[in-house]
Design a protein around this ligand. Structure first.
Ligand SMILES: CC(C)(COP(=O)([O-])OP(=O)([O-])OC[C@H]1O[C@@H](n2cnc3c(N)ncnc32)[C@H](O)[C@@H]1OP(=O)([O-])[O-])[C@@H](O)C(=O)NCCC(=O)NCCSC(=O)C[C@@](C)(O)CC(=O)[O-]
Ligand SMILES: NC(=O)C1=CN([C@@H]2O[C@H](COP(=O)(O)OP(=O)(O)OC[C@H]3O[C@@H](n4cnc5c(N)ncnc54)[C@H](OP(=O)(O)O)[C@@H]3O)[C@@H](O)[C@H]2O)C=CC1
Length: 429
C-alpha cells in the first residue's frame, strides 16, 4: 500500500523509450511543469553569468547524464529519484532492486534530527580539564551567543542546542581542548551556518579558558545526523532463473560478511553504496565531498574501517538489509538553491525536508549495495555491468546514433566487450 502522493514511480518499459519520451513519462508521473522538464532535459540550465557567480575562474560548464531511478517506495511513499552519474548500470541496478523491494513494502527509514557539529580548537592551556569545566559552566551563554548569529534558524525550530568539550591531554603541540557546538540546521547542509557560529564564539571561548583559539570549523563526521534505511524480502523475492532465493540470500550475507571483517573489501563495498548515494547528492546540488568524507569517517568510527550496511538472514530464510550513515544534505543553501537543475530535481523527488531527502538517499544507497551483492554472489558483476558498459565502448570506438546500441549488442553477444572488438565490428560493416 503506498501513500497517496499522486506519484507512481513504476514506469513500464522506461528503458525502451528514448530520452524525450522518458522525460515526458517522468514529467507526467511527477506532475512537473514544462519549465522543469526543460531544465531536466539540460536545456537553458545554467547561463554563463550564473555559472561565473558560483565558483572562480569559470571558463565553461561541465555536463553529466541525468538518469531517473524508478520503482522506489520509501515509508509507503513513491519516489522517482534523479541520479547524475557517468557510470553505466548504476541507475538500472537501483531501479531493479527498488522494483523487487516495492512488492514487499519497499524501504523503511528513520533519521535523527539534522544536528551538525562545529569544532573550536583551544591551545596554550596548562589545565585542559579545568578549561573544559569552565566551558561547560558557560554552556547556556555560549549557546545563546551562537544562536544570536542565526535568528532565522532559531525561528525555524533549529539553532545551537548543546556544547560538548573534548580534551586531548598530550599532543605534539601540548594539551588541547576542542569545544563542539551541536547545531540543529533544519533544512540546510549547515556548513556555513555552523562555521559562522563557531567563529563568533571564539573570543568568548578564549576569555573563558585563557587559551588561544585556532580552528573554528564544522566536522564532516556528522555522527549526530544519522540516517537509517532497511529492507526485508522473503526468499522467493530473490529467485533467479537458475538459483533459488534462499541460496541467493545466503550468498549475499556471506558477501557482506567479508566487507564487515576486511577493509580491502569494505572499501569496494562502500564504493558501491556511494554509487547510489553520490548521484542523488550531485543531482540535488549538494556537497558530495562532505557526504563522502562523512560516510567513510563513520565507517571507520570504531578504529577499523568496515561496511556501512548489514545483510542478515531472517527466520524464514529471507533477507534483511540495513544501512546507517551520516548524510548532511540540504534543501536550502549552497548550490541546492542556485542551480536550476538541483531545484527541478528536488521537485521531481517531491521531498519537503532535508531529513526526507536524506532518508530517500539512504534507501538508494541500500538498493545499490543490494544490487552489487546480488550480482557478485550469483553471476558476477561483469555480465550485467559490462552489458550496459558496452554502449560506452561502442561510443569510444566511434559508433554514433543507432549504431551505438547495435554495436553494443554485438559486443555482448560476442562475449568480448572491448574497444578493439568494437572497432573491428564497425570496420566489418
Ligand atoms: C544491470 C542489472 C540491473 C541487469 O539485470 P538484468 O537481470 O539483466 O535486468 P532485467 O533485464 O531483468 O530488468 C530488471 C529491471 O532492472 C532495471 N533495468 C535493467 N536493465 C535496464 C536498463 N538497460 N535501463 C534501465 N533499467 C534497467 C529495470 O528496472 C528492469 O525492470 P523493468 O522496469 O524493465 O521491468 C543487474 O545485472 C545488476 O543489478 N547488476 C549490478 C550492477 C552494479 O552494481 N553496478 C554498479 C557498477 S559496478 C561497481 O562500481 C560497484 C561494485 C560492484 O564494485 C561494488 C561492490 O563490489 O560491492
Ligand atoms: N567542510 C565542509 O563540508 C564545508 C562545506 N561548505 C559549503 O557550505 C555550503 C552549505 O552551507 P549551508 O550552511 O547549508 O548553506 P547556506 O549558508 O547557504 O544556507 C543556510 C542558511 O539558509 C537559511 N535558511 C533558510 N531556510 C532555512 C531552513 N528551512 N533551514 C535551515 N536554514 C534555512 C539560514 O539562515 P539565514 O538566512 O539567516 O542565513 C541558514 O543559515 C555548501 O556549499 C558546502 O559546499 C563550506 C565550508 C566547509
Amino acid at each position: 500500500m503506498t501513500q497517496d502522493n499522486h506519484i507512481c514511480s513504476r514506469i513500464e518499459n522506461m528503458r525502451g523509450l528514448d530520452p524525450a519520451q522518458r522525460l515526458e513519462a517522468v514529467g507526467q508521473a511527477a506532475g512537473l511543469s514544462p519549465e522543469d522538464l526543460n531544465i531536466l532535459a539540460g536545456r537553458d540550465v545554467l547561463d554563463m553569468a550564473r555559472a561565473d557567480g558560483m565558483i572562480e575562474n569559470v571558463v565553461g560548464k561541465f555536463e553529466l547524464p541525468l538518469g531517473v531511478a524508478t520503482n522506489f517506495v520509501v515509508n509507503g511513499k513513491e519516489y522517482l529519484v534523479p541520479m547524475a552519474v557517468e557510470e553505466p548500470s548504476v541507475v538500472a541496478a537501483a531501479s531493479y532492486m527498488a522494483k523487487i523491494a516495492r512488492g514487499f513494502g519497499g524501504f523503511k527509514t528513520n533519521a535523527t534530527a539534522p544536528l551538525m557539529r562545529a569544532q573550536v580548537q583551544v591551545l596554550g592551556l596548562g589545565d585542559p580539564h579545568a578549561a573544559r569545566q569552565r566551558i561547560l559552566s558557560n554552556r547556556d551563554s555560549l549557546i545563546a551567543a551562537a544562536n544570536k548569529k542565526d535568528t532565522l534558524l532559531v525561528e525555524l525550530g533549529g539553532g545551537c542546542q548543546d556544547i560538548e568539550v573534548h580534551v586531548f591531554d598530550d599532543t605534539p603541540v601540548g594539551p588541547m581542548v576542542v569545544a563542539h557546538l551541536i547545531v540543529d540546521v533544519r533544512d540546510a547542509m549547515g556548513a556555513n551556518t555552523v562555521n559562522t557560529m563557531a567563529e563568533a564564539l571564539a573570543p568568548e571561548v578564549e576569555q573563558i579558558t585563557g587559551g588561544t583559539v585556532r580552528l573554528r570549523i564544522l566536522s564532516n563526521l556528522a555522527d549526530k545526523r544519522i540516517v537509517r534505511a532497511r529492507v526485508e524480502l522473503p526468499p522467493e523475492a530473490l529467485d533467479t532463473k537458475d538459483l533459488n532465493g534462499a541460496d541467493v540470500a545466503r550468498g549475499m550475507v556471506e558477501a557482506c560478511t567479508l566487507a564487515i571483517i576486511d577493509p580491502y573489501r569494505a572499501a569496494t563495498h562502500n564504493k558501491g553504496i556511494m554509487n547510489g548515494i553520490d548521484p542523488v547528492v550531485l543531482a540535488t546540488g549538494n556537497d558530495w565531498r562532505a557526504i563522502e568524507a562523512g560516510a567513510h569517517a563513520y565507517a571507520a568510527r570504531d578504529g577499523r574501517y568496515t561496511s556501512l550496511t548489514r545483510w542478515e538472514l531472517t527466520a524464514d530464510g529471507g533477507l534483511a538489509g540495513s544501512i546507517e550513515l551520516p548524510l548532511a544534505l540540504g534543501l536550502v543553501g549552497g548550490a541546492t538553491k542556485t542551480h536550476p537543475s538541483a531545484q527541478a530535481a528536488l521537485r521531481l523527488m517531491d521531498v519537503t525536508s532535508a531529513v526526507e531527502l536524506a532518508e530517500v538517499t539512504a534507501a538508494v544507497g541500500l538498493a545499490q549495495n543490494m544490487a552489487a551483492l546480488r550480482a557478485l554472489s550469483t553471476e558476477g558483476i561483469q555480465k550485467g555491468h559490462m552489458a550496459l558498459h558496452a554502449r560506452n565502448i561502442a561510443i569510444l570506438a566511434g559508433a554514433t546514433g543507432a549504431d551505438v546500441d547495435r554495436i553494443a549488442r554485438a559486443l555482448v553477444a560476442s562475449g568480448d566487450v572491448s574497444a578493439a572488438n568494437a572497432q573491428k565490428l564497425l570496420t566489418d560493416d
